[in-house]
Design a protein around this ligand. Structure first.
Ligand code: BT5
Length: 257
């Protein structure tokens, strides 16, 4: 892909692999071998793409942006790791809007979606994983899969509500252009984080469905209520019908229509 030289100069190490099991696995393994902050693993095809909770991430070869970024955020780790995940989502939304001209929203915890009245479609998913060293969190890998040129007729093979930039805009958007715009935004937001800026308010402002009735599914329960807020740790607070509030660190949320 073009334009990567600029990121190599900006301190990113770039590993391009035509086909890989999972870019997150490659980045996690690199982290375990001591890879430095700002590693980009990029692939054209994945044979074992992963979502959260052992779900699969489907990606027709050559039709998606598939990448993982490895960060070694400053201490305190948990504080910065949550914000690095947020700034990656923010950077992806900004890149898609700039390059594809398509308004998008973030869906808690880490999806990029297009919304319509009472409906939503998933354009991209993010998988954030922590690597340990000597039993302590040491690095963060943020993996992103974005459907770019998947034709509308193939989307239902990926997931019932999958979307692609081609299907949404009718245009073939270059993956290289998306990657360049995304990395530029990541670079800016990550540098600002290092200077003490907090991406949480800007990220929060892009979240879909705050103030609206939702259902939150966790591995153990389904809870209905109003999505009230997502705090700076990334936890979703839901106001329940009895007036009490419940916070979720993990889960899947959908709009209750
Ligand atoms: C995610 O998980 O959305 C995180 C996906 C992260 C994928 C990237 S690709 C690069 C890097 N390497 C990896 O191995 N992973 C990362 P989750 O929220 O659990 O959503 C998974 C669900 O999304 C699946 O169960 C399907 O329902 C749906 N899905 C699978 N493939 C999809 C696609 N291409 N487009 C839209 N939805 C999809």
């Amino acid at each position: 892909m073009t334009g990567l030289a600029a990121y190599r100069r900006a301190g990113w190490t770039v590993r391009y692999l035509p086909q890989v099991g999972s870019t997150n696995d490659v980045a996690l393994a690199a982290g375990c071998q001591g890879a430095a902050d700002k590693l980009l693993v990029l692939a054209d095809a994945q044979t074992a793409g992963r979502g959260r909770l052992a779900r699969r991430w489907e990606s027709p070869p050559g039709a998606c942006l598939l990448l993982s970024l490895l960060f070694r955020p400053p201490e305190p780790f948990a504080h910065h790791a949550a914000r690095v995940t947020m700034l990656c989502g923010l950077a992806l939304a900004e890149a898609v809007e700039t390059v594809a001209g398509l308004p998008v929203a973030l869906k808690w915890p880490n999806d990029l979606i297009v919304t319509g009245p009472g409906a939503w479609r998933k354009l991209a998913g993010m998988l954030s994983e922590i690597g340990l060293e000597d039993g302590a969190p040491a690095f963060l890998v943020v993996g992103i899969g974005l459907n770019v040129t998947v034709p509308s007729g193939d989307l239902s093979k990926l997931a019932p509500n999958a979307a692609s930039l081609l299907a949404e805009t009718g245009r073939t958007i270059r993956r290289g252009a998306l990657l360049e715009a995304f990395l530029a935004r990541v670079e800016t937001h990550y540098a600002r984080l290092g200077q003490g800026d907090d991406p949480h308010p800007t990220w929060r402002a892009r979240l879909a469905w705050l103030g609206q009735p939702v259902i939150v599914h966790t591995p153990t329960q389904a809870v209905t209520g109003v999505a009230e807020d997502v705090d700076a740790t990334g936890a979703l607070r839901v106001r329940l019908p009895d007036g009490s509030a419940q916070s979720f660190a993990v889960g899947d949320v959908s709009l209750r229509v």
